[in-house]
Design a protein around this ligand. Structure first.
Ligand code: SF4
Length: 449
């Protein structure tokens, strides 16, 4: 008893990574095993996200539902982590007195102590930002397949006017080079073939080296490409102002760097970019993409847009539509602006009605879907190098799933023994959310393309 852990994680890949590390840390300290069945659990952790609208209310109504869970057996513990926990802090204990632990993204490594405190002394809150202590304190990662996330920095110092991240995760802090490489060497020994470097603003990474210098992301990618076994490297999420010429040049030199870039643009109007405090113009964004495409003409490009930002005129929105069309994105994520409490944009004049935002969201999605579908259709008949990640969800007995270098999910018939290998797959069909194909030959590739 008292050794089953259930984690409900919301939001981005950083949160998914943090949730995995919560499980690691409590397995090491308390021998806790993860369960997918909340009723069997002794400890429940909610890893919250504050990106979506009304995030706080959603957390409180979720906590209302967990109250009954706690009452059904004595000794059960509820912990709330993530960005909403960081924002709300003590308020969570006041509004949901059945919660035992409130911790932030930077204090998840202290969970063993917080858990002991909650069991012996009482309810507790720890939402500080203790620099890099988290990464030093976490146990060695345990690979769960051929792909792995590696968090290389925390926080963000860009202070975009719509975003809560700098307030919930603190300022940008990069992990030192040696620590990141040690983690990746461990993962490679455990069979990982592809790593995704994570950071809220990952291309701002500037890691201290053991000789007192600093290395940038381009240098880190070069080092990782030299790690035996690691044949594909991704990173997310990037900021256009840190998408440097050195990083762009890396695409020409490092074949292990995946043929995909996610670079959020947010708007196609300079006036709105300035109100968002993004720090670049549309022309600067385009110029970086053109330089990249000169080196990797077939690179798959994905982006984020926010529509309905305060003061966005119809002309501004038309500029966004034009940019979407001009840059021919492979994949996209569109969001309606919604004010986040405590951010400068929440009090800007010119807040738009919901119906306008919805209309613009719909129009932009329609505009972007056409080129995205055309990209997928153009892949039919092509040969793609797919890293096999596991059985396909739809037909796990017969089919496998994996990702192309350009970040498209592919399902195809194959043997379980191929999991963890790079396989050449001929694309045959475009499905709604993935591609289908036929394996040509499984091959352990030294260098993926
Ligand atoms: S760069 Fe990204 S994480 Fe940082 S403030 Fe802007 S939107 Fe938020």
């Amino acid at each position: 008893m008292e050794n089953k852990l259930y984690i409900k994680s919301y939001g981005c890949q950083m949160n998914a990574y943090d949730a995995a590390r919560m499980a690691d840390v409590l397995r090491e300290s308390h021998g806790m095993a993860l369960t997918a069945d909340a009723e069997a659990a002794d400890v429940v952790l909610l890893n919250t996200c504050s990106v979506r609208a009304k995030a706080e209310q959603k957390v409180y109504s979720a906590l209302g539902r967990w109250r009954g869970w706690k009452q059904r057996r004595s000794g059960r513990i509820i912990g709330v982590g993530g960005c909403v926990a960081s924002q709300e802090g003590e308020a969570i204990l006041r509004r949901a007195p059945w919660v035992d632990i409130v911790f932030g993204p930077q204090t998840l490594h202290r969970l063993p102590t917080l858990l002991d405190h909650a069991r012996t002394v009482g309810r507790t809150v720890d939402i500080r930002f203790p620099a890099m202590e988290k990464f030093d304190a976490l146990p060695e990662p345990g690979a769960t397949g051929p792909t792995a996330f590696v968090s290389i920095m925390e926080g963000c110092s860009k202070y975009c006017s719509f975003c809560v991240v700098p307030y919930t995760r603190g300022e940008e802090r990069s992990r030192p080079l040696d620590g990141v490489l040690a983690e990746i060497l461990t993962l490679a020994r455990q069979g990982v073939r592809e790593v995704t470097l994570l950071g809220q603003n990952v291309n701002a990474w500037l890691g201290a080296t053991h000789d007192g210098q600093y290395a940038d992301l381009a240098t880190l990618i070069e080092y990782i490409a030299a790690v035996p076994g690691i044949d594909r490297i991704r990173y997310t999420t990037s900021h256009p102002i840190n998408f440097s010429d050195r990083l762009i040049q890396t695409y020409a030199r490092i074949p292990e760097l995946a043929n995909h870039l996610h670079l959020p643009v947010q708007s196609g109007a300079d006036r709105i970019l300035s109100l968002m405090k993004r720090g670049y113009t549309v022309a600067e964004y385009k110029s970086r993409i053109h330089r990249l495409r000169r080196l990797r003409p077939d690179i798959a490009l994905s982006t984020d847009f926010i529509v309905g930002f305060p003061g966005e005129t119809d002309a501004d929105f038309q500029a966004t539509l034009r940019l979407a069309e001009a840059l021919d994105f492979d994949q996209f994520f569109c969001f309606m602006y919604s004010p986040r409490p405590g951010t400068p944009a929440a009090t800007l004049p010119g807040q738009l009605p919901e119906w306008v935002k919805k209309q613009r969201l719909h129009a932009l999605q329609e505009g972007l879907e056409k080129p995205a579908r055309a990209h997928a259709r153009a892949m039919v008949g092509s040969l793609q190098t797919v890293l096999v990640e596991g059985p396909a969800v739809r037909d796990p007995e017969q089919e496998l799933c994996g990702r192309t270098s350009g970040n498209r999910m592919v399902n195809f018939p194959g043997a379980r023994s191929w999991i963890g290998a790079f396989v050449s797959v001929r694309i045959t069909t475009v499905m709604r959310n993935c591609l289908r194909g036929q394996a040509v030959a499984p091959q352990q590739l030294a260098v993926a393309s």
